[in-house]
Ligand binder design. Sequence first.
Ligand SMILES: Nc1ncnc2c1ncn2[C@@H]1O[C@H](COP(=O)(O)OP(=O)(O)OP(=O)(O)O)[C@@H](O)[C@H]1O
Ligand SMILES: [Mg+2]
Length: 337
Amino acid sequence: MTDTTRAVGAPMAVTTSGLTKRYGARVAVDGLALHVPRGRVYGFLGPNGSGKTTTLRMLTGLIRPSSGSIEVLGEPYSWRDRNRLARTGSLIEMPAFYPYLSGRDNLRVFGATGPAAARSRPDEVLEVVGLADRGGDKVRTYSLGMRQRLGIAVALLSDPELLMLDEPANGLDPAGIVAMRELLRYLTGQGKTVLVSSHILPEVQQLADVVGIIDRGRLVREGTLDDLLANGAQVRVQVRPDEVPAALAALGGLGVPLEPDAPDAPTAGRITIRIGAEQAALVNRTLGERGVFASAVSTTSDLESVFLELTRGVGMGTPDDPLSGPPPGWGDLGSPP
Ligand SMILES: Nc1ncnc2c1ncn2[C@@H]1O[C@H](COP(=O)(O)OP(=O)(O)OP(=O)(O)O)[C@@H](O)[C@H]1O
Ligand SMILES: [Mg+2]
């Protein structure tokens, strides 16, 4: 990446602004502002029902947004734009394969309905997804992981610049996830952008370079995995609620942000300290020197803490300040893998 691109920010494969989908009174996706940088694996993470599939359906033209705008590969996207569809590939629902046809013949069938270029590619995409030696076998003999890969092969038929996959790692075992990671790395190595959704944090940590977290249709965090893991690290201590003022006074000397839970909250006495996880011992010692003893000290990354709170259903609330532009640091992604 050149200094110029760094200065103006990394080029984006997908951006959305105010993207919203309503079903009657229910808002499935609510004012979403996504920033998917080109040439990366973007992990779209959120608990069940948070709006991931609905978002991907809008991005792939399967359903129409209620409001908001989408830009795909540098161009404003209008619903059912044929040109844009040819440059993107997606796997939103597993295609219904013909079980008694081989993987290769299934690809021929799917390719026949797509752009002309897709018709000549079954062998190439079988190779890419690691099914070259099983391409002649009937699909009914495929394992779940092989079917997932065949689904990705279908999405790759038109040699798209942008690939959108809804929960591609669903049901895969650890070896299957490693294979998926290698496949996605290979694709980004070819300059493609991959947007994958998941409701499982460790999966996204393994697959993605950049993460967006969605909850109840709204984006609550977005950034590089490294940033979310490192810069947002925090240490949490639990003290007796009446000792909170003394604890805050002691910790004030560290010169980092301190966030005590409200005195009337069930979690009163809990203080979140925005400091590297490796500083937990320093935090504990600082308290001890002032005669305050923590009953618990824990460390989490921002990513883990946000996602744990979402999946436990503890009120994250709606963000007061919905993200409206690319977060700082987007232009500094380093060189592509
Ligand atoms: N066709 C529809 N009609 C009405 N409500 C819908 C429709 N599709 C989705 N929803 C609602 O929109 C919300 C988001 O659903 P969505 O399928 O996008 O979530 P998700 O993040 O993909 O969840 P999961 O992890 O379970 O796949 C849910 O409350 C869901 O019930
Ligand atoms: Mg879904």
